[in-house]
Design a protein around this ligand. Structure first.
Ligand code: F6P
Ligand code: MG
Length: 281
């Protein structure tokens, strides 16, 4: 695992330079989910792929920006699914973006995830590593990632980040979100999954939701590249991660680009989501 962590650190330093100096324009291509790829998405993907291709312990990789799995070493131990530059359309307005990595064994599925890593590119570059037990944060300082702290959620938080648009929410979901606001929760939503989830983790708790909606019944966020890695982080930080009713890491993946509704939060908020969703959705 150290080899993978090291490769991600090196790739992240290159991606940081790319974000600072690269072209934020669109490419001619669309990815498998139909998003127009930015030149930054493609360049970040190439950087990461070139590092992973050098690792003897990696069996195969799959990127949100690629159609299919790339085999690397038949005898490798790990499978890596990654989103090279999540929220890339926020770079031109200078908001934070991130990379997300899920590390799996045997098969790309939630129950097989063994570690996850995400990197936030904001005013500072921070890397969060979850080995399936604890969640550790590192910060890039003078070219090196230095350990800063372990991340633990409180039982209840104060922030909420509600995804998608209100017109597409089901009535029970809208009532639930309104109830959180009535209880005093503050809105914190940038439209970048990585910084939005990182904020809730570091401020001690709250709820991030991307539900089933009228336009996207299976949600928007991708299981292997986005949902499962953060599910592992939230669970190991002492919170929860559900699709409304079930633990996210127990749901089935039929296709590598499958999506899922998702809720990440501290325990109190997740209990409230379960209360609402057990009779709805
Ligand atoms: O990867 C998809 C993404 O950009 C996430 O980073 C973000 O949380 C989400 O989409 C935002 O979607 P919406 O604008 O529909 O709330
Ligand atoms: Mg993404």
């Amino acid at each position: 695992m150290d080899m993978i962590l090291d490769a991600i650190k090196k790739a992240s330093i290159e991606i940081k330079n790319l974000i600072e100096t690269g072209d934020t324009g669109k490419s001619q291509n669309q990815n498998s989910t139909g998003d127009t790829q930015l030149k930054l998405d493609i360049a970040s993907d190439e950087i990461i792929e070139s590092y992973f291709k050098k690792l003897s312990n990696v069996k195969a990789i799959v990127s949100e920006e690629q159609e299919s799995v790339i085999d690397i070493n038949q005898n490798g131990e790990y499978l890596i699914a990654y989103d090279p530059l999540d929220g890339s359309s926020l770079v031109d307005v200078n908001l934070s973006v991130g990379s997300i990595y899920g590390i799996y064994k045997d098969d790309f599925k939630g129950s097989n995830i063994v570690a996850s890593i995400y990197v936030v590119f904001g005013p500072r570059v921070e890397l969060v590593y979850c080995d399936g037990v604890s969640v550790k944060m590192f910060r890039l300082q003078n070219g090196e990632f230095n350990y800063i702290q372990d991340i633990k959620l409180y039982e209840i938080g104060k922030l909420q980040a509600p995804g998608s648009t209100q017109q597409c929410w089901y009535p029970y979901h809208k009532t639930m979100i309104d109830d959180f606001f009535k209880a005093g929760y503050r809105l914190r939503y940038s439209g970048g999954m990585v910084p939005d989830l990182h904020q809730i983790l570091l401020k001690g708790g709250g709820l991030f939701s991307y539900p089933s909606t009228t336009d996207l019944p299976k949600g928007k966020l991708r299981q292997l590249f986005e949902v499962f890695p953060f599910a592992l982080v939230y669970k190991c930080a002492g919170g929860g991660a559900i699709d409304g009713k079930h633990d996210l890491l127990s749901i089935k993946t039929l296709h590598i680009h499958d999506t899922s509704p998702c809720f990440f939060g501290s325990n109190d908020e997740i209990k409230k989501v379960i209360e609402v969703y057990k009779n709805n959705g």
